[in-house]
Design a protein around this ligand. Structure first.
Ligand SMILES: Nc1ncnc2c1ncn2[C@@H]1O[C@H](COP(=O)(O)OP(=O)(O)OP(=O)(O)O)[C@@H](O)[C@H]1O
Ligand SMILES: [Mg+2]
Length: 375
């Protein structure tokens, strides 16, 4: 069993905060990803868990054991934390063969030679590199080197895996293959994993839960589906998803006892059940968001649909992204496969009201989510 709890972790570098009061619980066997833009504090958080950085305050608890506490004066050094680490650079020893690179970590554990050879064979089979055992890193591709790094990490049987952007040096195709391998490996080994990436697709595809960070602050923790469908604020909404989520700033208007979100022709009734939440906020405008795949498009006029102009058409094989303009609003619309819609065409769009989320324009926080609106 291995669960990790970070309590009120703070870390600054020469007065500027890298991580601000981070609270995060990582359950046993879960694959949790720290996701966010460059400089948001992901690596710092991972290094703090590993014991490579000492936080300014807070506590780190693993399986109920305190590994760090500023208050209690506890700091367990990295080598005693039983963690497996992989960083962006593969960090294999260039002058050693694959066998020796893996063996080194095991020799430090004073295992018998036979046992070590057995483990090396086993982990290389797992990453499908058995026949490369006597090669040097320079004789391997980037993806193979990264798989050796994975083999070396799992050889020592750490109870927790920490990985910092392990796939970012690989080309796009290999990155996708390695995602599959990592997911499979996590399924087989079930080790609690903290994974760092700025790639939202990688986070969505690999994780049990995603922790989104911005400027040292944890913005939201949730399953990939929660993060995608109910982003807690506009930052998370815009950071996750490609193409970027559409946002429409509109007015909150009242007409004959009902409240509506209104922007030009786009008018949506606000559900009675959440009216009071919105009225309590005392806002007169709202920001509505809608994912590009939740807008339907038609080349014929349809009742209740909104007329728009096609600004650009970007086919990408499995999907086509249309950029459409309605008054001064630019919207991205995703359609399956190819389309015969062309630039400058007139189309009619339908924005699914049940897929819209509403945000407070001042704080950027989610007011009304899909679940609430459906009730
Ligand atoms: N050793 C250090 N000395 C001074 N400042 C640092 C140090 N390490 C990190 N920082 C600063 O702390 C902040 C967070 O850095 P961190 O490396 O955790 O970001 P990150 O989210 O991993 O970004 P990236 O995606 O670029 O790797 C940044 O502003 C960075 O400049
Ligand atoms: Mg980093």
């Amino acid at each position: 069993m291995s669960w990790i709890e970070l309590r009120k972790i703070k870390k600054s570098y020469s007065g500027s905060p890298a991580v601000r009061e981070l609270n995060l619980k990582i359950e046993d066997r879960q694959f949790v990803t720290l996701l966010g833009p460059s400089g948001c504090g992901k690596t710092t958080t991972l290094r703090v868990i590993a014991g490579l950085e000492e936080p300014d305050s807070g506590e780190i608890i693993v399986d109920g054991k305190i590994l760090f506490s500023r208050e209690k004066g506890i700091f367990v050094p990295p080598e005693k934390r039983k963690l497996g680490l992989i960083f962006q650079s593969y960090a294999l020893w260039p002058h050693m063969t694959v066998r020796k690179n893996i063996s080194l970590a095991l020799e430090e554990m004073h295992l018998a030679r036979e046992k070590i050879d057995g483990i090396i064979k086993e982990v290389l089979e797992k990453v499908q590199l058995t026949e490369y055992i006597d090669r040097y890193p320079s004789e391997l591709s980037g993806g193979q080197q990264q798989r050796v790094a994975v083999a070396r990490m799992i050889a020592a049987e750490p109870s927790i895996f920490l990985m910092d952007e392990p796939l970012s040096n690989l080309d796009a195709m290999l990155r996708v293959d390695m995602r599959t391998e990592l997911k499979r490996l996590h399924h087989e080994l079930g080790a609690t994993t903290v994974y760092v990436t700025h790639d939202q697709v990688e986070a969505l595809t690999l994780s049990d839960r995603i922790a989104v960070m911005e400027k040292g602050i944890l913005k939201q923790v949730g399953t990939p589906e929660e993060i995608y469908k109910k982003p807690a604020d506009l930052f998370v909404a815009r950071f996750v998803g490609s193409p970027r989520i559409n946002s429409i700033e509109g007015k909150l208007v009242s007409e004959s006892g009902n409240y509506f979100f209104k922007k030009g022709d786009i008018k949506r009734k606000i559900n009675k059940k959440v009216e009071s939440i919105i009225l309590d906020l005392k806002v007169n405008s709202l920001i509505a968001t809608i994912r590009p795949e939740d807008i339907d498009v038609s080349q014929r006029e349809r009742e209740g649909w909104t007329k728009a102009d096609v600004y650009s058409v970007l086919p990408a094989g499995s999907e086509t992204i249309l950029s459409v303009k309605k008054d001064e609003i630019d919207l991205s619309v995703k359609v399956n496969g190819f389309t015969d819609i062309r630039m400058n065409d007139t189309v009619w769009i339908y924005i699914d009201p049940f897929k819209m989320n509403y945000y407070d324009p001042r704080s950027g926080k989610l007011i009304l989510d899909v679940g609430l609106q459906r009730k």
